[in-house]
Design a protein around this ligand. Structure first.
Ligand code: UD1
Length: 433
């Protein structure tokens, strides 16, 4: 059944929220977990749709998946009987292509459907394939599938032409069970790359330099059991930071690594919000209207593209003219038309959004175009005068665990109700009036 969010805006968010495990780290770690024949236990798993879909794909190739609780899973890759990931899995969750690197590393063969483009633009995987070929694998694309196999995988020196999170993780997966030494140059440095590397090392891999642009891997013959806890989600945390500032509230955001949030904290401070850092928490508060700024997305430690729609929404309510330049994905401004329906004044020219700040938004019915844009629309609705509905929330649920419950606990009037359920809408209106 399709659901929608219904939100009455205007309440400053106050209180505490606990951030879940990082979705993008978990996707790499779950794929890596199949590389040993021993049982691996993974904790702080986010209970979101993308993770559940990847676990189904892992079960689909014959691994044993034991979901001990919403946040803990045990995986055993001993019983894998198939190295084929079909289009249905890839279509639902793009990152199931990490199984390509994992299966190639472990079994020296894999067959995975070629992912297409997606809501935020064309997304080539040439750098992943270049890496596998450099390790000595044959890679053919036939009948919509990437078919790869190797007699032996042999370490090599690989220079990535673009800084790619996906290619860095995928090559790291294959290389950690290749013979000899691999060096990945111009590697991505995102916190979840470090987390996947730490997890692989906990299984006996030998990876050094993750988190810098040069990763050195010495291949090992086998990997072993491990127990591992996933890092907190930088983007979920950033979304609550922006929600605190946008609603002029005061939120203590717990279970975070403040260092990972520096690009976001820096921009919030620059435009006038208050950000306090603690060991594993940040507090964001705001009382006055914020100021304009310029933002350009770039690979870590730059400003994350996955926070671009949320910060643009905040700037759309700030004083003066701001610009947001999207330098990673070509089609990531599709939420602008939806935001305009709530009163935002944003003009997009190529990869730049020119934002004239307005005093306030008004509630409207809008549709989430993708995961992070959907979260941005939720933030907009939390600020807007009156009631908004947001549909296509299946995108938002790909990456935000219990979003409406976490927002409600902070004082938001936000519920998840069945799509087009007039009675539920009336009931909500009565409750909030
Ligand atoms: C990951 C994140 C996504 C985030 C993105 C950028 C996961 C599961 N997803 O996506 O949430 O928005 O990083 O931080 O972790 N590129 C190529 N060739 C390739 C690979 C990438 O040209 O072989 C280009 C892409 O088109 C894009 C840029 O490199 O312009 C960065 O993409 P990449 O870092 O690979 O993003 P993903 O790993 O897909």
């Amino acid at each position: 059944m399709e659901n929608q969010y219904i939100i009455k805006g205007g309440t400053p968010l106050r209180g505490e929220v606990t951030i879940s495990g990082a979705k993008n780290a978990a996707l790499g770690i779950l794929a890596a977990a199949i590389m040993t024949d021993e049982t691996v236990t993974i904790d702080n798993l986010p209970d979101v749709r993308d993770i559940n879909v990847l676990l189904q794909a892992i079960e689909g190739i014959g691994a044993t998946v034991n979901r001990i609780s919403p946040h803990v899973v045990q995986i055993n890759g001993n019983s894998i009987g198939d190295v084929t990931i079909d289009y249905d899995s890839i279509r639902k969750i793009r990152a199931s292509y990490y199984l390509l690197g994992a299966l190639l590393g472990k079994y020296k063969k894999a067959k995975v459907a070629l992912p297409g483009g997606c809501d935020i633009g064309s997304r080539p995987i040439d750098q992943h394939l270049k890496g596998f070929r450099a390790l000595g694998a044959k890679v053919n694309i036939e009948y919509g599938m990437i078919n790869t196999h190797a007699d032996r995988l042999i370490g090599n020196h690989i220079f990535l032409d673009v800084v790619s999170v996906g290619a860095t993780i995928n090559i790291m997966l294959a290389a950690c069970m290749a013979e000899g030494k691999t060096v990945i140059e111009n590697a991505a440095k995102e916190p979840h790359i470090v987390d996947v590397a730490n997890f692989l090392n906990s299984m006996g891999a030998n990876i050094k330099g993750a988190g810098t642009d040069k990763i050195r891997i010495r291949g090992v013959g086998r990997l072993h059991a491990s127990e591992y806890s996933i890092i907190p989600d930088q983007i979920e945390a950033g979304t609550f930071m922006v929600a605190a500032a946008a609603t002029r509230g005061n939120i203590l955001i717990k279970n975070v690594i403040p260092k990972h949030l520096e690009a976001i904290s820096g921009k919030l401070l620059e435009i006038g919000a208050k950000v306090e850092e603690f060991d594993d928490a940040v507090r964001v508060s705001c009382t006055d209207r914020l100021q304009h700024t310029q933002i350009k997305t770039s690979p870590y430690p730059g400003f994350p593209t996955d926070m671009q729609p949320q910060i643009a929404t905040l700037l759309a309510l700030s004083e003066g003219t701001s610009t947001v330049t999207e330098s990673i994905f070509e089609n990531r401004f599709r939420y602008v038309d939806e935001l305009s329906r709530m009163g935002a004044n944003i003009k997009v020219e190529g990869n730049i959004a020119i934002i004239e700040g307005v005093d306030s938004f008004t509630g409207a019915s809008v549709s989430a175009p993708d995961l992070r844009a959907g979260a941005a629309l939720v933030v907009a609705a939390l600020v807007a005068d009156g009631i908004s509905t947001i549909d296509c929330i299946r995108y938002i649920e790909r990456g935000y665990e219990c979003f409406e419950a976490k927002m409600s606990a902070l004082g938001a009037s936000m519920e998840k109700i069945p799509l087009d359920d007039d009675r539920a809408i009336q009931k909500f209106k009565l409750k909030v009036s």
